[in-house]
Design a protein around this ligand. Structure first.
Ligand code: UDP
Length: 266
């Protein structure tokens, strides 16, 4: 483990060289950041849960034909993925107004959008990930028009799939962020889904109480973030019902009632 070469350390993950060429190991940390890393903290057990949730989601997306970088989970905090060239965009899909769109456009949080929106942000911490238009993406060559077609159609398919998956467990998918990469085969490349899908990059609200089950608990100091992440995993069937760790988990956690103010359902 210690002899592995570290490729990159991000805010929530560390990437190591994989065992074979073209592979990478993603290690999920408990570190949490918000507001472009101005707020820092840890959420105990988050890395273990995100590793498991992301494995589950990526595996299910592969079953509906979404190409992804995921190969297999290696252990509690690590997964083996295909190495790809990350496209420097954060692709945000929104079903309901929350967070930055509410602030920017003055739309009340929780308001259903007339239709699903896809937004693009240029991945650059120094610039605070500015929102960009497709014209910027084409103009600066961050992705080709063909790649953008693939990205937007995959984003819509992923959204439809995830909305169904979460609504089956009484969770409303408000918005989420995706990252894509390209893999090369000679002169040709194709776009695959990369990074992770977990409560770190999604807004997930309980359908009945409106309770937030995602990183907004940390961003907004609502408390109960560990329990919220566990609750998502539990509802997905990845934790045993009594909150005891399944074979995969080693969390000595017991479920406590989520703190914070429940949002009244409209
Ligand atoms: N998001 C993310 N990483 C980012 C920015 C956003 O995972 O760097 C996710 C965020 O968790 C939310 C969605 O993308 O589910 C939309 O985020 P928004 O633009 O509202 O920004 P925020 O309010 O989180 O700053």
């Amino acid at each position: 483990m210690s002899r592995r070469r570290q490729i990159y350390e991000g805010k929530a993950k560390i990437l190591y060289e994989g065992p074979e060429p073209g592979t990478i190991i993603q290690y999920f940390k408990d570190d949490a950041t918000a507001f472009n890393a101005q707020k820092k903290g840890t959420i105990n057990g988050k890395g273990v849960i995100n590793n498991r949730i992301s494995e589950h989601v990526f595996t299910r997306l592969a079953h509906i034909g979404i190409p992804t970088h995921f190969i297999r989970r290696l252990n509690m905090r690590e997964q083996l993925v295909r190495q790809c060239e990350i496209i420097p965009l954060e692709v945000v899909v929104r079903n309901v107004a929350a967070g930055s769109i509410s602030q920017r456009l003055g739309i009340e949080e929780g308001e259903q959008l007339p239709h699903t929106l896809i937004e693009y942000y240029f991945k650059d911490d120094a610039l605070n990930d500015p929102m960009v238009a497709e014209e910027h993406i084409a103009c600066f060559g961050w992705a080709s028009n063909e790649e953008m077609q693939d990205i937007s159609s995959m984003a819509i398919r992923i959204n439809d799939f995830l909305c169904g998956m979460f609504s089956a467990i009484n969770i409303r998918l408000i918005d989420f962020k995706l990252e894509f990469g390209r893999i090369w085969d000679g002169d040709y490349s194709r776009v695959i889904l990369a990074d992770e899908i977990s409560p770190d990059g999604c807004r997930l609200w309980d359908m009945v109480s409106g309770e937030k089950l995602d990183k907004d608990r940390f961003r907004r100091d609502l408390g109960g973030e560990e329990e919220a992440y566990q609750e998502v995993a539990r509802r997905l069937g990845l934790l045993q019902d009594d909150g005891n760790p399944g074979e995969v988990f080693d969390l000595s956690a017991h479920r406590t009632k989520l703190r914070g103010t429940p949002v009244k359902k409209k």
